[in-house]
Design a protein around this ligand. Structure first.
Ligand code: AMP
Length: 366
């Protein structure tokens, strides 16, 4: 296994002198901070004038899902801080840290455009973007993705070991650690997370509660493309063939939701409905030629308690449930001439996650 080193693991973009320069010469309607003290200074000043701060943590490659969280934060606070940081400790040793999309200029343009809209609404707007280097975020020891590696980490067990954590063992340790750092740095009144990453929402709620962090966790609805696919920075890798078949996850979860809505309450009834869609879709793809099909593996489809994430045999209608799943879209086997294969030419496997809340009547949120 390769050890972490500063030189290998820091994304090139973080130290690209042209980018740093570009950040200085552009004048945005918000501050761009690379280090902690000036952000803290701004936060103190805002606090003195009774302004409120909503923090939206992101890894950049911004899309409408991220922007909807910024909008929500601007509706509920005078000032919005957006952090953009591809956090190495939440990527496993063999995961896609190096190839994770980084689109700084486009991200800044999107926030700038959104700010124009927000300012004309007279509500809050983006005041600061925090885009730290890894040396700033991990000041003492270079970050590790090894399970038993050294560092100062926050672990939220057993939540972090379930579902996504089962196949990504360091993921939630990395998420909980970087979010704790961001919460300590920005001391936001509210923090904003997307329901799309539902386990992350549950972990963050537990983190804030158990560590007595003085902030309110707000969850934004999943933003989808018109056909239902949940927006994700990683969708750029899919290409049109895998994107069309990748809808299987949402369709499967939707079938489970329909079973619940028609009065079914047992695990078997709800998950069978979902699995049938996944099995039928996979069978019909396998029947196609390699130049036409997109194969996938279902990692899990889960019916779990909304707070503990324990798997449920029966849904208690007063507590509700999270119906969630993950599928891995396999690399395209045989590309066709001029086919839209997405970033990475169809060679990169893409893991898709999605979820639907089966909540008691009147509850739309976790
Ligand atoms: P990421 O940059 O992928 O770490 O995501 C940053 C935040 O945006 C997280 O709270 C995500 O849950 C949220 N997010 C990502 N995709 C969506 C989406 N399609 N709808 C709503 N929120 C999203």
């Amino acid at each position: 296994m390769r050890p972490w080193t500063w030189t290998r693991k820091i994304p090139v973009v973080a130290y690209n002198p042209f980018l740093v320069h570009a950040r200085r010469v552009h004048s945005y309607s918000f501050h761009v901070f690379r280090d902690v003290p000036p952000l803290r200074q701004l936060r103190r000043e805002l606090g003195k004038s009774n302004r409120t701060v909503g923090l939206v943590p992101t890894m950049g490659a911004l899309h409408d899902g991220h922007l909807s969280l910024v909008r929500q934060a601007a509706a509920e606070n005078t000032d919005v801080f957006v952090s953009i940081y591809v956090n190495p400790t939440q990527f496993g040793v063999n995961e896609d840290l190096d190839s994770y999309p980084r689109t700084w200029d486009a991200d800044m343009e999107k926030l700038e455009r959104l700010n124009r809209e927000l300012r004309s609404d007279q509500g809050g707007s983006v005041t600061a973007v925090f885009a730290p280097t890894t040396k700033v975020m991990y000041p003492t020891i270079p970050p590790t993705s090894e399970i038993d590696g050294h560092g100062s980490f926050v672990t939220i067990t057993p939540l972090a070991n379930k579902l996504e954590g089962a196949s990504r063992p360091v993921f939630f340790r990395g998420v909980a650690t970087v979010c704790t750092k961001l919460f300590n740095i920005a001391t936001p009144d509210r923090v904003y997370f997307g329901q799309k990453d539902v386990q992350q929402c549950v972990v963050i709620k537990r983190l804030v509660k158990d560590l007595h962090i003085d902030t309110e966790v707000r969850i934004g609805a999943t933003v989808r493309d018109p056909d239902g696919l949940a927006m994700s920075s990683r969708n750029a890798y899919l290409g049109s063939r895998r994107r069309a078949v990748g809808l299987v996850l949402y369709r499967a979860l939707h079938a489970g939701e329909l079973a619940f809505n028609s009065g079914k309450r047992t695990r078997e009834e709800i998950l069978d409905a979902a699995r049938r869609v996944a099995d039928d879709t996979l069978a019909s793809q396998k029947a196609l030629l390699p130049s036409e099909r997109a194969l996938f593996e279902v990692d899990y489809i889960s019916l779990a308690d909304p707070e503990t994430l324990d798997e449920l045999d029966v849904v208690d209608p007063n507590r509700g449930a999270i119906l969630s799943g993950a599928v891995k879209m396999m690399p395209v086997e045989e590309p066709r001439p001029n086919e839209d294969l997405g970033v990475g030419s169809g060679t990169i496997p893409v893991r898709l996650i999605d979820n639907i809340l089966l909540m008691p009547n009147g509850h739309r949120d976790l």
